[in-house]
Design a protein around this ligand. Sequence first.
Ligand SMILES: C[S@@+](CC[C@H](N)C(=O)[O-])C[C@H]1O[C@@H](n2cnc3c(N)ncnc32)[C@H](O)[C@@H]1O
Length: 285
Amino acid sequence: MEEVLEALAPQPGQIVVDGTLGAGGHTGRIADLVAPDGFVLAFDRDPAAIARAEKNLAGKCVQLAHNNYSELLVTLGEIEVERVNSAMLDLGLSSDQLADRERGFSFASTGPLDLRFNPDEGESAAELLQRMPEKALADLIYLYGEERASRRIARQIVARRREQPLKTATDLADLIRRCFPKQRHDRIDPATRTFQALRIAVNDELGSLEKALKEYPQCLVAGGKLAIISFHSLEDRLVKTAFRDDPRWEPITRKPITASETELEANPRSRSAKLRVAMRTEVDL
Ligand SMILES: C[S@@+](CC[C@H](N)C(=O)[O-])C[C@H]1O[C@@H](n2cnc3c(N)ncnc32)[C@H](O)[C@@H]1O
């Protein structure tokens, strides 16, 4: 949070985009800095995040958009704003989503294995697991989950679904754990990587990021900054490459900023976070 605020340096009167509202931590802080004449345009695909923010951020200089952050250009047209001063994306899932036992994000979820940020859009993880051919499933788990046991897991999923569909997160987590020898003492649960892969797939997370990296230059003023916190090496690679190769971006961070010791202690989930910042140049394509 502090590094993002330092990079964007929001000023009174500015319009700032928070593409990933979540629990509204960043949005709330930025809204205070741009008040009273500026505002934060905050996106989230998750209707629950929007509903919570309507309550928690009531009275703040915030405009909420229940939409994909990759739709910024269209949204700006709708609200008749030409360009914004800066933007941020804090990718992945929120603590609220992880804590919600009904949506499949946590392994302890006994609700449906859904994993969609917006449960009204696209197909759920349970549906994807039911229809995808074994090879494609293994590739997906390997690529997005960086899971070396992807083939073994895909084989077990296909064998299981012939008998009975996998319906809940606990169904899937138990199946994955059985694919690993018992004595393994991993720091993280062996199901983590497969859940991450499925979440990235059902939400087309890399597709949204790629579109935003291409379109945000048309939405930012020259000199405006874009800060992106990513949690996955494929995401970080997309950000790094776009900031380096697209002349409309000038990278500000040569190396990604990672969480400080203090932040790691307070928030262990920040261990894989990488922050990169770029400035919108004067170049137009
Ligand atoms: C890591 S959380 C953000 C936390 C937030 N910065 C805070 O301070 O609480 C990520 C949020 O982004 C949302 N999200 C992920 N991908 C999205 C997308 N493509 N468009 C809009 N929202 C997205 C998720 O639903 C989730 O609520």
